[in-house]
Design a protein around this ligand. Sequence first.
Ligand SMILES: Nc1nc2c(ncn2[C@@H]2O[C@H](COP(=O)(O)OP(=O)(O)O)[C@@H](O)[C@H]2O)c(=O)[nH]1
Ligand SMILES: [Mg+2]
Length: 289
Amino acid sequence: MGLFDRIKKIGVFSAFVAIDEDFYEELEDALIMSDMGLDVAEEAVSELRGRVKAQKIKDEQAVKECLREIIIEMMQEADSALALETKPSVVLFVGVNGVGKTTSIGKLAHFLQKEDKQVLLAAGDTFRAAASEQLSIWAERASVQIIKHAEGSDPAAVVFDAMNAAKARQVDVVLIDTAGRLHNKQNLMNELAKIGRVIDREGEGISKEVLLVLDATTGQNGLIQAKQFAETAGITGVILTKLDGTAKGGVAVAIAKQMGLPVKFVGLGEGMDDLQVFDATEFAKALIN
Ligand SMILES: Nc1nc2c(ncn2[C@@H]2O[C@H](COP(=O)(O)OP(=O)(O)O)[C@@H](O)[C@H]2O)c(=O)[nH]1
Ligand SMILES: [Mg+2]
């Protein structure tokens, strides 16, 4: 099975007749439907028109290949590797409620554990007791350690403890969960900023990734959220979740192109193994087929 078999194709090629005006119109509609966004969809089609003409492309296979190349180029920011050079390194997960932060941490813990990394989870979502319980279940499943405090306690204190435990216990990677919902947006942003300061103070000079988790099914809304978090949290990459069985895969292109943020992982289900390193070439192949 291919990496992105569960992503829906854009569909226009099933009724392909010729490279004419109708084709370009249908293609643009299909790209917009896939949540690529109007601007990016228009740009892709206009680029395709130019190349079809210049390269005298006539057949379906060649036009597909050309469109895939355009998509891959649009996503060229996408260096999917995590920068985890120091011991410990930190990955902070941010994003609104319900997008899949806690689940993605569980999956990434399992992924890193399989690479023989010592992983420590930090239950920085202290807003609800259920949040740290959910993370504990993942810690058990993935056989990794966890630091958690009582409901309502200061998330920055959890992060402080986790950073110090990581240094004392020779941990390779600390994965930090955060709340996606607080009393208001400003509260959440202040809390994330405070967590960021604790990481920097307790882990001077260490590798830090800040991954924004976005739900692919919310499509273009995800981009609006991304902009809000990008302003305060210093995002280094994106995890795009719930790409399983969604027709909205094009949002990955919109994120990479419009935000200049690399998509690092994609979530393709609720299970432990349903996290994949993002690969733009594989992705373009699955989308345009
Ligand atoms: N189908 C699918 N469901 C997911 C994926 N990632 C998370 N979920 C589900 O989305 C819901 C919210 O996830 P959760 O991790 O609690 O979100 P959080 O509030 O951001 O921490 C849960 O029911 C997860 O099982 C994914 O990649 N695919
Ligand atoms: Mg959560």
